[in-house]
Design a protein around this ligand. Structure first.
Ligand SMILES: [Zn+2]
Length: 468
C-alpha cells in the first residue's frame, strides 16, 4: 500500500502525489521565538519529523522548510518587559528551541528561513497583491481585502457571512471591512521597523509564511503542515494571499496535528497551563517524551499527564534492555534452536509489515509503536527459548531500524552514514522501484554491489550494508 494522508482541505484521505515524481517539498509553520516551547509545540515537531523519516525511508528526496517567526507582537512585548532589544529575545529563544528540538531527536530542517531575512520579498508580495486589487494601503498599514477572494474559508469550512456578523473595526484601524487582515503594520515608537512604499513598518504574521514558502519551494507546496490551531485564521489567510498572488493552488495536501491538552483543556501560553519541554527534560529523557507524543494518532487530541510519561520512560528502558540482551546473544556465537530462528524471522516480518502498514495509513504512529513493543515482548521470549547468534543479530537490526524510524535515537546504535555516492544510488534505486522500473533497479543494485554494498528490500525500506 502506498502512503495515504488525511488532507484538511478536501477532508479525506489522499495518496501523496508530489508535483515532481520522487521529490517532496514540505513547509511547516515554525515557532515564534519569545518563550520556551511547550509540549504542544513539541508534538508538532515530532510528528512532522516522523513524517520526514518515513518519506525518506521510502525513497523520497525531501526539502523540508520550517520558518522562524522572529518579529512579532509577542517578541516585542517580552523585549519591552525585559528592557532588551527584540533581536536579543529572539536569539535567546531560537537557541533554546534548537536545543529542545535536538533532545527530541528532531533533525534540523533543510532550510530554516527567518522572517527578518525576507522583508524585501514580503514587500514585493504585498505590492503584487495591491496591484491585483487584493490589498490596499490605509493609515500606514496595508490590509488584505478578504471579500475579493471568493474561496475564503475553504480550508476551515468557515462561512464568510458568519464571520462578518461578529466582526467590528477597532478604534485606530483604517480598514475598509472588519474581515480584512493586516499584511503590513505601520511602525509604532520603540518597535523594530523597515522602510516600505507605505512607510516604515513590519510585516504581518500571515504574509511571512506565504513569502518564505514560495521563496524556497515555489508557489505550490506538496505538503503544508502545522497545528490544528493554525487552520484559522493563519492558514486560511496564507491561502488567500498566495492563491491570489500566484494563481496556483497553494498546497496539494494540508496536514494538521491535534492539540496537547492538560486535564482536557488546550495547552497554550495564553492560558498559563503550559508544561515546557525544557522543564520536562530535567526529569525525562527526550526519547521518553517523543514516544509519549507519538503514542496517539497525530490528529487526535493528546492529554498530557506525567503518569503516561513515566510509562513511556519505562517502555524506552525495556526496549533498550532487550536490544542489549539480544546484542549479547549475538556476540556470543551460540548455535540456537532452528525453530527459534524461524520464529525470529516471522517476528521480524510481522514487525516490519505492521509498521509499514501503520505509517502508510495516515502516519499511524500509535499502531507502529504497538507493533514495536509486541516484537520486544516476543524477542524476550525467544531469548529465553534459546535464540542463536544470527537470529539475535537480525532481531537487533529490526528493532533498531524501527526505533530509528520513529526517531528514538537516544540509545539506538549509531548507524553508519552512507557515503554520498552510495546514498544517491540507493535513493535512485528506491525511486526506480516506486515507478516499477525493475530493470533499472536491478542495474543500480549491481552498481552498488560493484562498490561493495548490498541492498535488502524490507517493508521499512532498503537496508544497506557494506559487504563483509
Ligand atoms: Zn505559517
Amino acid at each position: 500500500m502506498a502512503l495515504q494522508l488525511y488532507d484538511t482541505l478536501t477532508r479525506r484521505m489522499q495518496p501523496l502525489v508530489p508535483q515532481h515524481a520522487g521529490k517532496v517539498g514540505i513547509y511547516v509553520c515554525g515557532p515564534t521565538v519569545y518563550n520556551w516551547i511547550h509540549v504542544g509545540n513539541a508534538r508538532q515537531l515530532v510528528v512532522f519529523d516522523t513524517l520526514r523519516r518515513w518519506l525518506a525511508r521510502t525513497g523520497y528526496t525531501l526539502t523540508y522548510v520550517q520558518n522562524i517567526t522572529d518579529v512579532d507582537d509577542k517578541i516585542i512585548a517580552r523585549a519591552q518587559e525585559e528592557n532588551l532589544p527584540a533581536e536579543e529575545v529572539a536569539e535567546r529563544f531560537l537557541a533554546a528551541f534548537l536545543e529542545d528540538a535536538a533532545h527530541l531527536g528532531v533533525r534540523p530542517p533543510d532550510a530554516m528561513p527567518r522572517a527578518t531575512q525576507y522583508i524585501p520579498q514580503m514587500i514585493a508580495l504585498i505590492a503584487t497583491l495591491i496591484e491585483k486589487g487584493y490589498a490596499y494601503a490605509a493609515g500606514g498599514d496595508v490590509y488584505y481585502r478578504v471579500r475579493r477572494f471568493p474561496e475564503y474559508g475553504k480550508l476551515s469550512g468557515t462561512r464568510i457571512e458568519a464571520l462578518a456578523s461578529g466582526a467590528r473595526i477597532l478604534p485606530g484601524e483604517a480598514k475598509e471591512n472588519p474581515l480584512d487582515f493586516a499584511l503590513w503594520k505601520g511602525a509604532k515608537p520603540g518597535e523594530p521597523s523597515w522602510e516600505s512604499p507605505w512607510g516604515a513598518g513590519r510585516p504581518g504574521w500571515h504574509i511571512e509564511c506565504s513569502t518564505m514558502s514560495t521563496a524556497l519551494l515555489g508557489p505550490t507546496l506538496d505538503i503544508h503542515g502545522g497545528g490544528m490551531d493554525l487552520i484559522f485564521p493563519h492558514h486560511e489567510n496564507e491561502i488567500a494571499q498566495s492563491e491570489a498572488a500566484f494563481g496556483a493552488p497553494f498546497a496539494r495536501l494540508w496536514m494538521h496535528n491535534g492539540m496537547v491538552t492538560l486535564s482536557g483543556e488546550k495547552m497554550a501560553k495564553s492560558l498559563g497551563n503550559v508544561r515546557t519541554v525544557h522543564e520536562l527534560l530535567q526529569r525525562f529523557s527526550g526519547d521518553a517524551l517523543r514516544l509519549f507524543l507519538l503514542s496517539a494518532h497525530y490528529r487526535t487530541p493528546l492529554d498530557f499527564d506525567e503518569h503516561s510519561l513515566e510509562q513511556s520512560q519505562a517502555a524506552v528502558r525495556r526496549l533498550k534492555t532487550t536490544v542489549q540482551n539480544l546484542s549479547f546473544a549475538a556476540s556470543h556465537a551460540v548455535q540456537g534452536e532452528p525453530a527459534v530462528a524461524e520464529a525470529a524471522k516471522r517476528c521480524i516480518r510481522r514487525l516490519e509489515t505492521a509498521v509499514s502498514a501503520a505509517l502508510d495509513e495516515d502516519l499511524h504512529t500509535a499502531r507502529a509503536i504497538a507493533a514495536l513493543f509486541d516484537a520486544v515482548h516476543e524477542a524476550n521470549q525467544l531469548l529465553q527459548e534459546g535464540c542463536g547468534a544470527e537470529a539475535a543479530a537480525q532481531l537487533v537490526t529490526a528493532l533498531e531500524d524501527t526505533a530509528a524510524l520513529l526517531g528514538l535515537e537516544g540509545w539506538a546504535g549509531q548507524t553508519e552514514a552512507l557515503p554520498a555516492e552510495v546514498d544517491a544510488l540507493v535513493r535512485e534505486r528506491a525511486q526506480a522501484r516506486m515507478k516499477r522500473e525493475w530493470s533499472k533497479a536491478d542495474a543500480l543494485r549491481s552498481r552498488l554491489s560493484e562498490l561493495g554494498w548490498t541492498v535488502e528490500d524490507t517493508p521499512l525500506g532498503p537496508r544497506v550494508r557494506r559487504r563483509a
